[in-house]
Design a protein around this ligand. Structure first.
Ligand SMILES: *[C@@H]1O[C@H](CO)[C@@H](O)[C@H](O)[C@H]1NC(C)=O
Length: 246
């Protein structure tokens, strides 16, 4: 059991690189779709994308256990909001991987009589809920940081100076909004890990939104957002300082 968990956390880096490749293929297919001279290349890229996606499913077989372990850990967080958001996110992530594993088993012929479309939709639903809970956590952390900043005397002086010095602010319809925006940007700037996690989750959100028909974008948007989020995932794996905690 421990070995499975250890192996899957080690294969995370590989999965992120494959994920970036998968979305880069999807984006290229979208960009080249009307280029008649590139028909052969588009077909090759499509084949590559399908293969990478299938290969990633195999690598992800141990991820259910991993997510359950993560849920056990986050259940012990003392901050109630963080505990709730992250545990719900991890449980939904585990459910997502169960659907994903079932779909994999079907694709290799281990099981036959399941409704592929229904399991695929359920997978997207779980992934969507996991992301929404993660984003709720991000919003909570950002609000917390902004409140901390607003109470900080030194920071308030800096903000007052900024607000009185910039002429656009004097003309702004809602000066409070400007102050709020300043506070938000300063908080994100001083906590890049939170900013990156928020951006990653927002990018990821376009994938299930499109799949579930809640907000239909197109294959280009999905490919682009998936690529950006995968690249952020690689950066945060290589630079633990940029990874949000817990
Ligand atoms: C939600 O956040 C956790 C912890 O940061 C992460 O492990 C998980 O992959 C995220 N869920 C999704 C669906 O991205």
């Amino acid at each position: 059991m421990d070995a499975v968990i250890k192996f899957t956390s080690q294969s995370q880096g590989r999965d992120r690189i494959f994920r970036a490749a998968q979305y880069a293929c999807a984006l290229s297919v979208y960009v080249l779709r009307n280029n008649t001279g590139r028909k052969e290349l588009v077909a090759k890229l499509k084949g590559l994308e399908a293969n990478v996606s299938a290969g990633r499913k195999l690598l992800r077989l141990g991820n259910t256990l991993n997510s359950i372990e993560a849920a056990k850990r986050t259940m012990q967080l003392s901050d109630r909001v963080l505990c709730l958001c992250l545990t719900a996110a991890n449980i939904n992530r585990a459910l997502y991987f169960i659907c994903d594993n079932v779909l994999w088993a079907r694709s290799v012929g281990l099981i036959r009589d399941i409704d592929k479309e229904r399991w695929s939709l359920n997978a997207s639903r779980c992934y969507f809920f996991s992301l929404v809970m993660n984003l709720t956590r991000d919003v909570y952390v950002v609000l917390h940081l902004m409140m901390q900043r607003a109470r900080d005397k030194q920071f308030r002086q800096k903000m007052d100076r900024y607000l009185s010095e910039s002429p656009e602010v004097a003309e702004a319809v809602i000066p409070q909004l400007d102050a709020l925006l300043f506070l938000l940007l300063e908080s994100l700037k001083s906590h890049p890990a939170v900013a990156l996690d928020t951006l990653k989750n927002i990018c990821d959100l376009f994938i299930p939104l499109d799949r579930l028909g809640i907000y239909q974008s197109n294959a280009g948007v999905v490919g682009f957002c998936g690529l950006i989020s995968s690249l952020i995932g690689i950066v945060t794996l290589a630079q633990p300082k940029l990874r949000i905690k817990p």
